[in-house]
Write a protein that binds this ligand. Structure first.
Ligand code: LMR
Length: 339
């Protein structure tokens, strides 16, 4: 019996020594809770969307690269804060990262409504030229005046029109219908009004119910938002119009950001840049996949806008550029036109 005990002891000591020599990867359990930095990332869309996926990827890479010292907790689907609450939560440092649609910052930073101007961008590449160039820089500088810091511009993609009444081919087809628009954008309201429709601002998490109950006739969104929130199941018609670009401003609280140790900030910023490049590709793929799935579901009748129809919509919307020039600023509108 004594011999058996002795053998067990030898085996235990030997295995402990081997484990001690093994190269240890980041061990999250080993991080002293007092030293851990937690960033809460709140957003309003589903996880299976460009923004949802990118937030999760950012969290995973940051955990790996900081050995678990920094934890990014992602709260999707408005579970923590919904539209209209996110920005205040960030200002009060209750969350440290948000990524609202450009339009939703339109009340505080009216310049951002430039992205809502119909047919502002002919392609995603053109939108990137705006975001990564003069327009994006000017907007970041304006936002920076309010203890907020722009970390990146993420994509969703181009919006499409849906409704439950009739095919939307010409502006007259919108007449008398009620559409949901994103919060805080007067440009989006005017976009529908100029087609004779009504526009109602509504938080994203309330849209499905409003469409399903018939309170609203239609809405505009990207394929990934339509599919992930099942809007196509409560709408009968979808027009592929690519009339508006939906992008996001990834924001943090500047004071919080600069309170972080410099090496940590560097890792976060480098990871954000890498995730941004990944997100932009992923956004295109996800939207293509989701549009194909919407088509395959057979739940909506799809109309692909022709060039002739596009010109008719464009002509009715053209005056919005002059109308909103004083709000957005002539320099930004000029920079947009120069693209
Ligand atoms: C919407 O409210 O329709 C979208 O902005 C949601 C989102 O963040 O993509």
């Amino acid at each position: 019996m004594r011999r058996l005990w002795f053998c067990c002891l030898i085996i235990l000591v030997a295995s402990t020594a081997v484990a001690g020599c093994a190269k240890r990867g980041p061990d999250r359990e080993q991080v002293n809770p007092g030293e851990k930095i937690v960033l809460k990332f709140s957003h309003v869309v589903a996880e299976d969307t460009p923004k949802g996926q990118a937030a999760l990827r950012f969290a995973r890479l940051v955990a790996e690269r900081t050995g678990g010292r920094v934890e990014v907790q992602v709260f999707p689907d408005s579970v923590l804060y919904k539209d209209g609450e996110e920005l205040t939560a960030l200002e009060e440092n209750k969350v440290q990262l948000i990524a609202p649609a450009n339009s939703k910052l339109g009340e505080i930073f009216p310049e951002l409504q430039i992205f809502d101007l119909p047919y502002a961008f002919a392609s995603v590449e053109q939108a990137h030229r705006a975001l990564d160039g003069e327009i994006g820089k000017k907007i970041a500088a304006t936002i920076g005046k309010k203890n907020l810091l722009v970390l990146a511009y993420w994509d969703n993609g181009f919006k499409q029109m849906t409704n439950s009444r009739r095919p939307l081919i010409y502006p007259a087809d919108f007449y008398g219908l009620t559409f949901r628009v994103m919060m805080n954008s007067n440009v989006l309201e005017e976009q529908f009004r100029s087609f004779g429709a009504k526009a109602v601002q509504l938080p994203f998490n309330e849209v499905y119910k409003a469409l399903a109950s018939g309170m609203l006739d239609g809405q505009e969104n990207t394929a990934s938002n339509i599919k992930s929130k099942k809007f196509h199941e409560v709408q009968r018609y979808l027009t592929i119009s690519n009339h508006g670009f939906l992008g996001y401003v990834v924001l943090t609280n500047e004071k919080f950001w600069h309170s972080l140790p410099e090496d940590t900030r560097k890792i976060l910023e480098e990871t954000m840049a890498e995730v941004t490049a990944w997100e932009r590709k992923e956004a295109q793929e996800l939207n293509e996949r989701d549009l194909a799935e919407i088509k395959a579901s057979g739940k909506v009748k799809i109309h692909v806008q022709t060039e002739e129809e596009r010109q008719v919509w464009k002509k009715v919307w053209e005056p919005l550029y002059d109308q909103f020039m004083p709000v957005i600023g002539p320099d930004l509108i000029e920079a947009l036109r120069a693209l």
